[in-house]
Write a protein that binds this ligand. Structure first.
Ligand code: MGD
Ligand code: MGD
Ligand code: SF4
Ligand code: MO
Length: 732
């Protein structure tokens, strides 16, 4: 019999409320939950088609072992025993640091998982942890740490009250935003304009969002830092500083003012392409608005100066009096003070043997992963666990990454499917789709409540996982035992978990025992006085919590040692001094060269939406290199014709799609494609797209120091037409 069940999506930060129709263990219909307290009936194409991924015939439903180049199903006891034995042997022979772990993006939207994976790494006692943080947003955590005293002290624009919003390097209509929980972002941006405010997009590409709402300002790729230096300089020159707020609550104003002093609007215009008059007009609008905010996203994070750019952006919000005020930038506030709890998360810094690069937030840059595996020497990585990720496609320098994974002694992937990283694995362990796990919305906790309209909801498991697929919390606890690496390095905790596992096998009693995640959620909700999971179940559409209206941070919740916001942290000043002169010189010297940027699309989600036949049909069977018609004409490339793209890291061929939405000089290539070798992905392997990250450089010189961020935006490329004969060969 069909049953209606309420849950929330966990593909992106919106965590939209969904109403599922469940028959047996199948989800036969998905629709938006119109009564959800936050998303109110909004959901996107990816959430609504989740069953295509969950019930894909390509789901791995038993542990798989590679025997003579082919995957064979095996039982869990055998998988755990064999992985455990091989891992113990590698650790005994080569030491703890010979074992690495890569932890991907999708599972981090499930509250407990990042903590458990960290606990698993702690048990292994390895420094070789890699995450998508260094591909996505570590620059934001770095700035949080130095300016606000905790990597998880993060601000978000008060979109629903602002009168001026400058979106730098984001595309809410498609990505649905990052570092803010904002279901139906386009409608919320339209409301700004309707109440007489302004939305401005600073972007090398006129995005779908810019076409729907607001004004476009083009900027040359990877030059935002110069725009922001000049923006702050102009704010100071106009005396747009709220001196009272700065004096009462902030340190370091003079130092940051000295840094930006030489950067006039004219000077930035030379490299950014943003006319000085445009910048001045934006400063005027920002200062005049009754609540203004600058918001930056991956467009700047994945540039070569993401930390400096994001720092300046936060300083502008702070010194103009827009931090902690209605309509400005609000400091996240969760149900627990996660920023405070994680203030020392980065206290223990270790260094990679590659370039002596420091760790950040307990992980090394993913752009060093291939080197860590390939470069011989003590502590060389010889075994890898990959959990819910696909570094062969999403990480830097994919050709080298593939070579590196090929050399490992042991590879274990925990995934839903045999993606290209799993294709190389020795063992694949079948994990769960998010609808097969209970959960709480993560952004209320781990990102300290980046929610303009805070809410919380408990969701149970909607359907049982297929076959032998198991909840990742179970897999990690069992793996930890098998590898002799107790979770969180705690023998006591591991013993309790092991005893729980034995108890669950008991007749009658066992099936009644709550699984680990539910026990933890219940505890959290009791401590938070929300009545445990049972109490919260009374709010099936989510429970609304008090609004974060500002005036609750400065002078009240600042957790830096000084109790003030640090506008000019020594580490960030030094980073700027070390990098800006050269970056500026390079930007000046290469103004006429082509720069590659990334582009997200409605029907792709990093590397894992391409296996849905409806998503890759027709013209969407490949990615395209988007290019301004003038650039294409100059290079003699016609619309639809293949082009060869070369960077310092590699080369590829891809069809060109002409688009006047790009500014001349900028070309865009969506990432996540290039699935031809993944025979486990029956649909994606037949698509034509190419892997953009063949062009992204890796190694210690390719990353931003301190944050370890890789560069996907502003990559210098040479582009040429592909001769007809080669083109036919490539297409056949
Ligand atoms: N060129 C370029 N490269 C980029 C980016 C870019 O903009 N440009 N963006 C970067 C960013 S921001 C990110 S976050 C990364 C993402 O990089 P990754 O996290 O490495 O890649 P994904 O494609 O998100 O990983 C998807 C895998 O997780 C599996 N999966 C999904 N849900 C679950 C689950 O619940 N459990 C388990 N066990 N597995 C699951 C899927 O089946 C799939 O195989 O890519 C980065 N790479
Ligand atoms: N459909 C879809 N949605 C997604 C994802 C997906 O792959 N597909 N991925 C999810 C993930 S993991 C993340 S992290 C979020 C990211 O969410 P967003 O950060 O909003 O990501 P994008 O949509 O790629 O927007 C980045 C924008 O930066 C612009 N840009 C590129 N280079 C520069 C530059 O040098 N300067 C400036 N100012 N702009 C630049 C690009 O043109 C692009 O419009 O999206 C999430 N949502
Ligand atoms: S916007 Fe994000 S959370 Fe909402 S349905 Fe789409 S993918 Fe899921
Ligand atoms: Mo991301």
């Amino acid at each position: 019999m069909a049953e209606q069940k309420l849950t929330f999506c966990r593909i992106c930060e919106n965590q939209c409320g969904l109403k599922l129709t469940v028959e047996g263990e199948r989800i036969v219909h998905v629709e938006p939950d119109t009564e959800h307290v936050a998303s109110r009936g909004f959901a996107c194409n990816k959430g609504l088609t989740l069953e295509n991924v969950r019930a894909s015939p390509d789901r791995v439903t038993t542990p798989l072992k590679k025997v003579d180049g082919r995957f064979e199903p095996i039982g869990w006891p055998q998988a755990l025993d064999e992985i455990g034995a091989r891992l113990r042997a590698i650790r005994a022979r080569h030491g703890d640091d010979a074992v690495g772990l890569y932890f991907g993006n999708p599972i981090s939207f499930s509250l407990l998982m990042p903590m458990l994976i960290t606990g698993f790494a702690q048990g292994l006692n390895t420094a070789k942890v890699f995450t998508t943080g260094s591909l996505d947003c570590n620059n934001k955590f770095l700035v949080g740490k130095h300016m606000y005293g905790s990597p998880m002290a993060l601000t978000f624009p008060d979109v629903d009250a602002t009168q001026f919003l400058l979106i730098i390097g984001g595309n809410p209509a498609i990505s649905k935003m990052s570092f803010i929980n904002l279901p139906d972002p386009v409608r919320r941006l339209e409301a700004i304009v309707q109440r007489g405010g302004r939305v401005v997009h600073l972007n090398p590409r006129r995005t779908e969002t810019a076409k729907a709402v607001g004004e476009q300002v083009f900027i040359r790729p990877d030059t935002d830092v110069f725009f922001l230096l000049a923006f702050l300089q102009e704010v100071i020159a106009r005396d747009g500083i709220r001196r009272d707020v700065v004096e009462a609550h902030m340190n370091g104003f003079d130092a940051v003012a000295a840094l930006v002093a030489p950067w006039t609007p004219e000077k930035q215009a030379e490299v950014t392409g943003v006319p000085a008059a445009t910048l001045r007009e934006l400063v005027t609008a920002c200062l005049a608005a009754d609540g203004a905010a600058l918001y930056g996203s991956t467009g700047i994070n994945q540039g070569s100066n993401g930390s400096t750019a994001f720092w300046l952006l936060e300083v502008i919000n702070a010194v103009t009096g827009n931090l902690d005020r209605r309509g400005g930038a609000l400091m996240g506030r969760g149900i627990v003070d996660y920023a405070k709890a994680t203030a020392n998360a980065d206290a223990k810094v270790f260094r990679s043997r590659i370039g002596n690069t420091p760790s950040f937030l307990g992980a090394l840059p993913t752009a060093l992963l291939a080197d860590e595996i390939l470069v011989p020497g003590p502590d060389q990585v010889r075994a890898m666990f990959v959990i819910s990720g696909n570094p062969l496609i999403t990480g830097t320098n994919s050709a080298r990454m593939a070579q590196a994974f090929g050399e490992l002694e042991l590879r274990v992937s925990i995934d839903l499917v045999r993606n290209e990283t799993a294709e190389l694995a020795d063992y694949i362990l079948p994990g769960t789709h998010f609808t097969e796990r209970p959960d709480l919305p993560f952004s209320f906790f781990t990102f300290s409540g980046l929610m303009p309209e805070p809410w919380i909801q408990y969701t149970g498991r909607m359907v049982a996982p297929p076959g032998e697929a198991r909840d990742e919390s179970w897999i990690l606890a069992r793996l930890a035992r098998a590898c002799g690496a107790p979770l969180f390095g705690s023998r006591l905790l591991q013993a309790v978990l092991d005893a729980g596992e034995l108890a669950r096998r008991l007749p009658f009693v066992g099936p009644r025992l709550k699984a680990l995640p539910d026990r933890v959620f219940d505890l959290i909700l009791r401590v938070a006085k929300l009545g445990g999971t049972r109490g919260l179940s009374k709010f099936p559409h989510g429970k609304r919590l008090p609004h974060n209206g500002g005036n609750n941070y400065l002078g009240q919740r600042v957790i830096t040692a000084s109790g003030k916001v640090e506008l000019a942290p020594a580490a960030l000043l030094a980073l700027a001094a070390a990098r800006l002169p050269r970056s500026h010189e390079q930007a000046l010297g290469t103004r006429d060269e082509l720069r590659l940027i990334t582009r997200r699309e409605r029907y792709t989600h990093n590397s894992w939406a391409h296996n849905d036949a409806a998503f890759v049909k027709g013209r969407r069977h490949t990615n395209y290199l988007y290019m301004h018609p003038d650039d294409a004409a100059r290079l003699g490339i016609a619309d639809g014709a293949p082009a060869r793209v070369e960077s310092a890291a590699g080369a590829l061929e891809v069809p060109v799609a002409l688009s006047a939405d790009l500014m001349p000089g900028a070309v865009a290539l969506p990432h996540g494609w290039g699935h031809q070798a993944a025979t486990g992905l029956s649909v994606a392997s037949k698509t034509r797209g190419v892997n953009a990250n063949l062009l992204a450089a890796d190694g210690p010189d390719a990353i931003e120091p301190l944050s370890g961020m890789a560069q996907f935006n502003g990559i210098a490329v040479r582009i040429s037409a592909v001769a007809a004969a080669t083109a036919t060969r490539a297409a056949s």
